[in-house]
Write a protein that binds this ligand. Structure first.
Ligand SMILES: C[S@@+](CC[C@H](N)C(=O)[O-])C[C@H]1O[C@@H](n2cnc3c(N)ncnc32)[C@H](O)[C@@H]1O
Length: 305
């Protein structure tokens, strides 16, 4: 992926909703970025973020050498919760053309024109309960909602995933952490950035201590799932880590820039000051050979009886 990927496809924050709305009560602008108003979700919902999420999907798929780990066989119905751009779900729809694949999110990122005919988007909010019958899906996937689901809501959210999973079906979760302790040795700039992000996340009740990545197995077990497996995934961040490290660094840098306006407004800095810190972080990653930390956990719903 070339370095100019984000610039090439960047666009106005005023034209991002696929319905064509240019203003609304459900979201607010902070600088040039557009954020959801009624959700704890910290990251923006705009074209820049759509492009970052698509880019991040390819980086994660490369790091994981695939889109999932669970032994799902030939699922007939697949659900991706917090589907973002739908990229993961669309690839699953292509891989399993006989399956019906649904992506759920609080807001649709892209029109479903030119998508596989076995993929569709459904609006839904995991914090309010999913709009599906129980036992409806053979594979339920949730990836990177650490900045969307408050810490106290995680056990209930995972129970909701288990509810809609069919007996014998699988639930898979992939998460990360914004706790400095999960980033190896942090330089001063990285410490500052994570501190700012942690304070913003804490205001919304989100996990700032890496509790969620360490509790995913427990959440699945408490939701009644069995055959639970975990795989930690460490990924280099920075050019020191070759192509994967360079791509991961670009993704994390754009992720940090996605909240730079919020940080500036909250902590009385100019946005340029925050962007300068993000640039320093980029240098620290190479000097300290930083690795990003992800956890993938999956489990199976027991067969009835
Ligand atoms: C960081 S993105 C990850 C997207 C996708 N899972 C991926 O890995 O590319 C988080 C997504 O969760 C969605 N989201 C936030 N709060 C949500 C909620 N309460 N219910 C469903 N989706 C939510 C956001 O709109 C966003 O698309």
């Amino acid at each position: 992926m070339p370095w100019w990927f984000f610039r090439r496809r960047g666009g106005s924050a005023l034209s991002t909703d696929v319905t064509g709305r240019t203003s609304g009560t459900g979201w607010r602008l902070q600088g040039r970025r557009r954020y959801l108003r009624a959700q704890p979700y910290l990251l923006p919902k705009d074209l820049g973020e759509i492009n970052r999420l698509d880019f991040q999907h390819y980086v994660l798929r490369a790091a994981l050498r695939g889109n999932y780990l669970a032994p799902i066989g030939q699922p007939r119905r697949i659900l991706d919760v917090g589907c973002g751009t739908g990229r993961w779900a669309i690839e699953l729809a292509q891989q399993f053309p006989q399956a019906e694949v649904i992506g759920v999110d609080v807001e649709q990122a892209k029109s479903t024109n030119r998508m596989p005919s076995n993929y569709r988007f459904v609006r839904g909010d995991i914090l309010q309960g999913l709009p599906f019958e129980e036992n409806a899906f053979d594979f339920v996937h949730l990836r990177l909602l650490i900045l969307a689901i408050p810490l106290a809501a995680w056990p209930g959210a995972v129970q909701e995933l288990a509810r809609v999973t069919a007996p014998g079906g699988w639930v898979e979760l992939l998460e990360t952490s914004i706790s400095p302790g999960d980033w190896g040795t942090c330089g001063p700039a990285m410490q500052q950035l994570l501190d700012w992000m942690g304070q913003l996340a804490a205001l919304r009740g989100l996990d700032t201590e890496g509790v969620v990545v360490r509790s995913l197995e427990r959440y699945l077990a408490e939701a009644g799932l069995i055959n639970i497996q975990r795989r930690p995934l460490e990924v280099p961040v920075g050019t020191w880590g070759g192509r994967l490290g360079s791509l991961m660094a670009l993704d994390f840098k754009e992720g940090a820039k996605a909240v730079s306006g919020l940080i500036a407004a909250r902590f009385g800095r100019s946005e340029q000051e925050v962007l300068d810190i993000i640039e320093q972080v980029n240098h620290e990653w190479n000097a300290l050979q930083t690795k990003g930390y992800f956890m993938i956990v999956y489990g199976q719903k027991p067969l009835a009886g």
